[in-house]
Design a binder for this molecule. Structure first.
Ligand code: ACO
Length: 274
């Protein structure tokens, strides 16, 4: 029996000690992304982005899945039956929140607790950092049901792993576990599921200790320079730092002062005291 989940219940949020824990919340459907979930996720991102009590956002999944990709029934079949307008609208809703997440104001961490398929690679790539359970399973299963890895998934795998691995992964439709995903560079680290939340919390706490203006400038810089020549990147980074200075006039001066004058910390070994 299937109970229809209300739109507002498709995403769960808990805020604790500066960390927003955001979960795909359709465990009974392995957290696949329906139009309802996509709309709700955008609302949640809107709500959290500039809150003072949120410094880091973690995206995870309820139950055994991170996300089983797009909802084959509600996202694909039902929208295709309605026509091109409905298809394009559903794409806008999903791509929209992934794009929003790629350029999010706060640092973001994907905590991949289980299944991660197809369309799930969009939000996976959108998060700045990614930690996976060794038990998690990653797959571009599109080929197994007859489409190409769309919605950015082909781009994500081609960006993050080697050409041969990307081809094999996309063409064969075989899954890899969290350990292999870490070896390939799809995620930063893999840990036993039982240790995953603790490690992610530890990383989030480190990020909470850094200058937030510098963090936003840094994460955007790393994404932007990937597509630039060296000279363009050099120029962009000068301007990006000068723009960041206008939001944070004192932070970096304080960082220099605590190191040079006060000698209370060493930037090579940790962050200054905000
Ligand atoms: N779309 C729609 N429904 C889904 C999806 C999905 N992507 N994934 C799971 N479900 C539903 C199942 O239909 C089932 O619904 P029901 O209880 O009404 O029958 C329910 O979620 C539970 O799924 P099971 O298959 O019973 O769960 P199980 O734990 O045995 O398997 C697995 C999990 C391997 C993730 C399996 O559900 C699966 O293969 N899902 C599809 C994965 C996939 O290929 N996603 C699309 C990627 S391509 C893209 O995103 C563009």
């Amino acid at each position: 029996m299937t109970t229809e989940r209300l739109e507002e219940d498709t995403v769960a949020v808990t805020i604790e000690d500066g960390i927003a824990w955001v979960s795909f919340n359709r465990p009974e459907k392995r957290n696949c992304m329906s139009p309802k979930l996509n709309r709700q996720m955008m609302r949640v991102l809107d709500d959290l982005e500039f809150r003072d009590d949120v410094g880091v956002l973690v995206l995870t999944g309820e139950g055994t899945a991170w996300s089983a990709g797009m909802d084959l029934k509600e996202y694909f079949r039902e929208n295709e039956a309605k026509g091109l307008g409905a298809v394009r609208n559903a794409q806008r809703e999903s791509y929209g929140w992934w794009r929003r997440l790629r350029w999010y104001q706060k640092p973001t961490i994907a905590m991949v607790n289980g299944w991660c398929f197809g369309g799930g690679y969009g939000p996976l790539f959108a998060c700045d950092l990614a930690f996976a359970a060794e038990e998690a399973q990653f797959g571009l299963s599109e080929i197994n049901w007859g489409i190409l890895p769309g919605g950015g998934a082909s781009k994500v795998i081609a960006e993050l792993v080697s050409f041969r691995r990307a081809m094999y992964h996309a063409m064969m439709g075989e899954n890899i576990d969290g350990k292999t995903a870490a070896e390939w560079g799809l995620v930063n680290e893999a840990l036993p599921l039982s240790a995953l939340k603790e490690r992610v919390t530890e990383v989030a706490k480190v990020l909470l200790g850094k200058n937030p203006v510098a963090l936003k400038a840094t994460k955007d810089a790393i994404r932007r320079v990937r597509e630039m020549t060296y000279d363009n990147a050099e120029d962009f980074l000068v301007r990006a730092q000068e723009a960041a200075n206008s939001f944070d006039n004192e932070g970096r001066k304080e960082g220099i002062r605590q190191f040079i004058d006060e000698k209370s910390y060493k930037p090579g070994l940790g962050a200054y005291d905000k």
